[in-house]
Design a protein around this ligand. Sequence first.
Ligand code: MG
Length: 454
Amino acid sequence: MNVYVNRTLNLKRINYIGFDMDHTLVRYHTKEFERVAHQLMLEKLVKTKDYPEAILNLPFEFDRAIRGLVIDKTHGNVLKLSRHGAIRLSYHGLNPIDYKLQKKIYKSTYVDLSSPNYDTVDTNFSIAFASLYSQLVELKDSTEYQSLPDYYQIAQDLISVLDEAHRDDSLKSIVRNNIEKYIIKDEDTVRGLERFKKHGKKLFLLTNADYFYTKTLLDYAINPFLKEHKSWEDLFIFVITFAQKPRFFYDNLRFLKINPKDGSMTNISTPISPGIYQGGSASAFTNDLNLDPSEILYIGDHIYGDIVRLKKDCAWRTALVVEELEHEIESAIKTKPIAEKIQKLMEQKIPLEIKVDQLISEQIEKNAKNKEAVEKTLQKISQLDAEIRPLIKEQDKAYNPYWGEIMRTGIEESFFAYQIERYACIYMSKISDFLNVSPRTYFRAFYRKLPHEP
Ligand SMILES: [Mg+2]
């Protein structure tokens, strides 16, 4: 697998490389983990939010949501947007909303994501949240469950129970007790980390997880493969836990020094020196170490918290891990024959469309009697459309049965793809793809043709 380049990045100029932990340095068996999140959310809704016990039977449907989707909490809808923020596909509960109704609900087709009425699926930690939201909206619409809270409140309740599941020990203890079921071990990652370090790169960890959870995961995923280091703690010059990203990138929170022996914390009044910390900020990190922001590369998987927000506030370079890429690329290869069929049909359709326009122009300009010919041609066009439509559906299904591709909506790029292109200097499917390249790589951006360029 590859590293994909949006903006030229010379690794020889990068001296510090920061890693997010969850879904970046440490990969999860995402489906299994989200299945547990789904179950815990249901239990907590019943226990603490008075939801009916019947919801405990809702099955976990991983495919119901993909990254980049937008949740409209007011209307109970889930939306897929184009790169321009226009709605290209939408569901209410478990059913697609037809185009006319969608137009009626969203008079302006552009969505203002800064409004608190919307939420986005920014990380794979939100898949269970989005899929359960659709299920609960569906339930709320049935006569039996009208007493469920309104759509907005359902979303708020879900956010609150998911937060709680991450904060209290419920999710973490399940992972700890059955770690091989949820966490992927990847020797290539460890080999790469040691090699990058040999090249003089200063590696650091920057995660929102707490120190003890971080230790559990890294003891399991990294330590067994180390050859030149005793423990993962020796790999990273700084370990920053509980970082409160994205706040870390724009605020000025203090660093607290952690004693790894007992997890106790102390205030520091001097600039930071190598060690284990909690909290802090990107500006203090950059200033204390007297770094130029452009010599720091940060790698994460949260499109907003790790990448978009970082780019808006500090000049570190960015890399995004997009776990779904592997499946997207496989699907693209698998559906190539379908894409070719569609292309062939389009090659027949476009000249017919031109012909219709010509015939109508002749009617207007020369009073030609083309009515019959126009109708005949239109008929041919709709026959071709009837052949094209199921092919497009089949193509979409190979990606995700409900939402199609993550990176595209039809021929346009998706909003998620736009965010990646705009804010991530480079991106890849998994961290070992990056760590497998030479630490002296010059990632060169493609020459992209603009629509007018010959
Ligand atoms: Mg993460």
